[in-house]
Ligand binder design. Structure first.
Ligand code: AKB
Length: 315
């Protein structure tokens, strides 16, 4: 059985991905790593290594120690937080990726997964049903680092035959770990506040539509992409990926079907400008055609699960 390393196992995606990889490929074959400790579920179900992706020698040591063949490199500073510390965020997002790509090349690893984002698009991009190929003029540090990262991924594939695969994630919604420092975070926070206080003050305006996805869909997309035959993967920068698109008013209305006295108010902050620069919805027909991607969850199903699971967690 292949040995997998997940970098960024304590974050929002890692918290779900590690558990699913362990289920499919074995607890002992999926090594979790991060600079901070992961969830109890991850710490107790398999091996964990403390690892800073900026320390390339340590990354090499961990890969050699466990005979790693695949890396899922998830560690990054998200859009909102990156604007507060641009140069440090650039270093973490770019040097982290370059270290992983270099190690993949040096150790001849089989496959790498690296997440890109809808943040690669910018103000001049087509806003609705954004196609795979369109104008890309991101104006956030996070978006610029993701676009540069996509170019590096394609470069390493073409020049050095590193089998790197990537998805442009929309905003991801999950109940296991809270999002941290992103522009789409409101769509997770709103559930916690609805259950705890029956009200939420949203940092985006009522009509701000953004592409979003329930975490289970994102995890399935990630593993399906990584398990697809190599010849099916035609895009070596990053694939557009779509789930559901909604705005704060629409998700609040869906929550009100379960918590009838829930109230939402709006107070825009600096993240409104970021959201305004991003697409409202994504065309992922290339992913569907190349490796058969299809999402499962809609807004109503996701809302039901999020409310149930977060209520359980908080009690
Ligand atoms: C963010 O909001 O920064 C992320 C993303 C869309 O990549 N969730």
């Amino acid at each position: 059985m292949k040995k997998i390393l997940v970098i960024g196992a304590s974050g929002q995606i890692g918290s779900d991905l590690v558990i699913e990889l362990r289920k499919r490929f074995g607890n002992e074959n999926t090594i979790a790593s991060d600079i901070r400790l992961a969830s109890d579920e991850i710490m107790s179900s398999g091996t964990f290594e403390t690892l800073n992706v900026l320390e390339k020698d340590n990354l090499i040591n961990v890969c050699k120690k466990y005979n790693i063949q695949e890396i899922y490199h998830l560690a990054a500073i998200l859009s909102g937080n990156a604007e507060k510390n641009p140069l440090k965020s650039w270093e973490i997002n770019m040097q982290g990726l370059l270290n992983v790509l270099e190690v993949a090349k040096e150790l001849s690893l089989n496959k790498i997964f690296w997440p890109s984002s809808i943040a690669v698009f910018g103000p001049s991009t087509t806003k609705t049903n954004t196609p795979q190929f369109d104008i890309m003029d991101p104006n956030t540090v996070y978006g610029i680092s993701k676009l540069a990262g996509e170019r590096w991924c394609e470069y390493f594939y073409e020049k050095f035959n590193v089998d790197v695969r990537s998805l442009r994630y929309p905003g991801l919604i999950s109940y296991k770990a809270e999002a941290g420092g992103g522009t789409t975070d409101y769509a997770v926070e709103i559930f916690y506040e609805a259950i705890k206080n029956k009200k939420y003050e949203c940092f985006l305006s009522a009509e701000t539509s953004l592409p979003m996805m329930y975490m289970e869909d994102a995890i399935n997309a990630t593993i399906e992409l990584m398990e697809a035959d190599k010849q099916k993967i035609k895009i070596r920068s990053s694939y557009n990926l779509a789930g559901i698109s909604f705005n704060p008013k629409e998700i609040a209305n869906e929550i009100k079907k379960h918590i009838t006295d829930f109230k939402i108010t709006y107070k825009e902050d600096f993240r409104q400008a970021i959201a305004n620069s991003w697409p409202k919805s994504i065309d992922d027909s290339v992913a569907k055609k190349d490796w058969g991607w299809q999402h499962k969850y809609n807004l109503a199903e996701m809302t039901k699960i999020m409310l149930k699971e977060i209520a359980k967690k908080l009690s």
